[in-house]
Design a protein around this ligand. Structure first.
Ligand code: PAF
Length: 281
């Protein structure tokens, strides 16, 4: 596995793959790799001739009071995991290389970014869209692979790629979970042992919402109220940021959840803000 820190060198290697007519997959990450990331690498390895991965804790997607400085990092461990998973090229740029002096461009996707995480993390999705646009233009992969845990992020990236005619297929992969159902996330390490023990209720609540719908509850308001009450009872230490029932593609809030519906939640635990989602069908 080749490790590259210079964006232009990364671009030259990845573009040479295109020139040779090889298919390639890019897996953008912020590192501190867990089994969920590895499942993305594995999918990429099985579906493309060349695999590139990036590890970049992107400063522009963190708000001023967020965890940029303490975001967990393990570049050496990550490189070993990426190598083992069959990654061909690992891109590890420094912030100054991605955002050199005078950098002045922001990619902003309107509408889709306003609700859910966008409401409590202003500017977050501009940071995500900008860095992903850069990574796609550097690697020009056939396919770029993302996890579905960040469902809104995936919707934003799909829209950006469509609107800007970026010639890449976007592959969204299922959420990878711990054996007790907690969605894997690099931020789970912030949870205290007590909160880690309660955190599986995030997903248990979503499963309950799916069961309520199967039993005939199709009012989105009723579903979100029931789920909010579930969380209050099961995880008293967590404060919901949002509990929302939305259309899976437009992310518009639903009134009637009898058709396609996504339940998406974010909860502030004392040590970490966790997100999760579940299609109710
Ligand atoms: O999901 C992430 O890890 C990040 O938001 C991404 C897509 C790598 C952009 O920094």
């Amino acid at each position: 596995m080749q490790i590259i820190t210079d964006p232009k060198e990364f671009q030259s290697v990845c573009w040479s793959w295109r020139g040779q007519g090889l298919t390639s997959a890019l897996v953008p990450t912020m590192g501190f790799l867990h089994a969920g990331h590895i499942s993305l690498f594995t999918w990429a390895r099985a579906n493309a001739e060349k695999v590139a991965a990036s590890i970049f804790v992107n400063p522009t997607q963190f708000g001023p009071n967020e965890d940029l400085d303490r975001y967990p990092r393990d570049p050496e461990g990550d490189a070993a995991k990426a190598r083992e998973a069959g990654v061909d090229v690992l891109f590890l740029p420094e912030p100054g290389a991605m955002y050199p002096e005078g950098f002045a461009t922001t990619v902003s996707v309107a509408g889709l970014t306003e609700g859910l995480c966008g409401a409590s993390r202003p500017g977050h999705f501009d940071g995500v869209a900008t860095v992903v646009a850069k990574l796609l233009l550097l690697a020009m992969p056939t396919t770029a692979v993302f996890g579905q845990k960040d469902w809104q992020q995936l919707a934003v990236i799909r829209r950006m790629v469509r609107d800007l005619d970026i010639p890449v297929a976007i592959e969204g992969r299922p959420i990878f979970r711990e054996s007790d159902g907690l969605a894997m996330s690099s931020r789970n390490v912030y949870l205290s042992p007590q909160d880690r023990a309660l955190a599986p209720h995030v997903q248990k609540g979503l499963q309950a919402a799916r069961a309520w719908k199967a039993q005939g509850v199709t009012s989105a308001r009723e579903l979100t109220q029931r789920l909010t009450a579930y969380y209050k009872d099961a995880i008293p230490t967590a404060r919901p940021d949002y509990v929302a029932c939305v259309h899976p593609e437009t992310l518009a809030p639903l009134e009637d959840a009898s058709g396609p519906a996504l339940m998406a939640v974010a909860l502030f635990f004392p040590g970490a803000r966790l997100i999760d989602n579940l299609l109710l069908d």
